[in-house]
Design a protein around this ligand. Structure first.
Ligand SMILES: NC(=O)c1ccc[n+]([C@@H]2O[C@H](COP(=O)([O-])OP(=O)(O)OC[C@H]3O[C@@H](n4cnc5c(N)ncnc54)[C@H](OP(=O)(O)O)[C@@H]3O)[C@@H](O)[C@H]2O)c1
Length: 303
């Protein structure tokens, strides 16, 4: 048992991380290692190696780092790395009144922005797009150099997963993105809606034999398009589907110091797994009582 960080109410001064340091901390495993079996060391830009006691925005680092991933031997998603990012209240709610914003804070939005800035693609369920009024990703000057150096487009593409195709294709998400929005759907999805999506400028990606998408295929079909650094922002139905399919590599869970009670779901929905699945802690950041945790999935060597 050990203490990971000092509470932000402690009086001793504590390190404050800037955006670039947070980005270093969350850098994706490097391409060569991820492609060759997800056993990458460090990150693309090299993690700063901050660890131990922090305080406000302090971190409890996972000392083993990604170099110790002897159990990560699967290359089944062709070099893709799928990270999830969600915020939940202390009592496990993922929204209040249908929106996640009341559970968030400035620091959470900073992490959210950094995770987007590192990603090639943001994968999101259609219900979240409908309820949260998703817009295209914004270009941010502070990350422009980092993205260019990583060979990335100025912003991540947004990829909306849908079976119904019931999306409003006149919205800026489809008509005004800096890089085309993707609509990921099944082969039997309504043809007239697919045509509408294409007319609006979206790229339609088929990843399922019925109307729905096979979640296990999503990381691979996106990686084939050069979108290897993947971030999913949920919601719970989509995140649960990825986890159940065994393709969720990492989970960045923000724990908000709030309770809501009510009926809001947990961060994942779906059928019960036969056995609970294990994750290892990679790091924890803290600000104003919010915890920004990062867990990596433990892979079975037979996978
Ligand atoms: N706290 C957080 O961090 C956070 C993050 C994200 C969202 N949320 C909240 O979560 C709520 C929405 O979550 P949700 O679970 O209802 O919805 P969701 O996961 O965002 O989206 C579900 C929809 O995605 C599509 N979908 C999912 N799996 C699919 C598959 N295998 N094949 C084809 N389409 C698939 C379907 O779209 P169609 O219906 O179009 O077929 C489905 O109805 C909102 O209240 C939002 O605010 C919270």
């Amino acid at each position: 048992m050990r203490r990971l960080f000092l509470s932000s109410s402690a009086t001793s001064p504590s390190p404050q991380w800037n955006l670039q340091e947070i980005a270093d901390e969350y850098a994706y495993p490097d391409a060569a290692h991820a492609a060759g079996g997800k056993s990458g060391a460090g990150g693309e830009s090299g993690a700063p190696g901050k660890s131990g006691a922090g305080g406000t925005a302090g971190v409890a680092g996972h000392t083993e780092g990604v170099a110790g991933r002897t159990e990560d031997v699967s290359g089944r998603t062709e070099g893709a790395w799928l990270r999830g990012n969600m915020v939940a209240s202390l009592d496990g709610a993922i929204h209040h009144g249908g929106r996640s914003q009341p559970l968030s804070c400035q620091a959470d939005m900073r992490i959210f922005g950094v995770l987007r800035a590192l990603a090639d693609v943001v994968v999101v369920g259609a219900e979240t797009v409908r309820q949260e009024g998703y817009r295209p990703a914004r270009r941010r000057e502070v990350f422009a150099e980092r993205r260019a150096a990583s060979g990335q487009a100025p912003v991540p593409a947004i990829a909306v997963v849908t079976a119904s195709m019931e999306l409003d294709f006149s919205l800026p998400l489809f008509t005004e993105p800096l890089v085309p929005t993707l609509v990921v759907t099944g082969e039997d999805a309504p043809a007239e809606r697919i045509a509408l999506a294409r007319e609006a400028g979206a790229e339609v990606v088929l990843a399922g034999e019925g109307a729905g998408v096979d979640p296990a295929r999503v990381p691979g079909v996106l990686a084939e398009r050069g979108l290897r650094r993947q971030l999913t922002e949920g919601g719970p139905t989509l995140l649960g589907a990825f986890a159940e399919a065994g393709v969720l590599d990492e989970l960045c869970l923000s724990v908000a110091p709030r309770i809501t009670i009510g009926e809001a779901p947990r961060i994942m929905k779906g059928p019960l797994l036969a056995e609970p699945e294990g994750f290892v802690l990679e790091g924890v950041l803290e600000e104003e009582g919010f915890l920004f945790t990062r867990y990596r999935r433990i892979r079975q060597s037979a996978e």
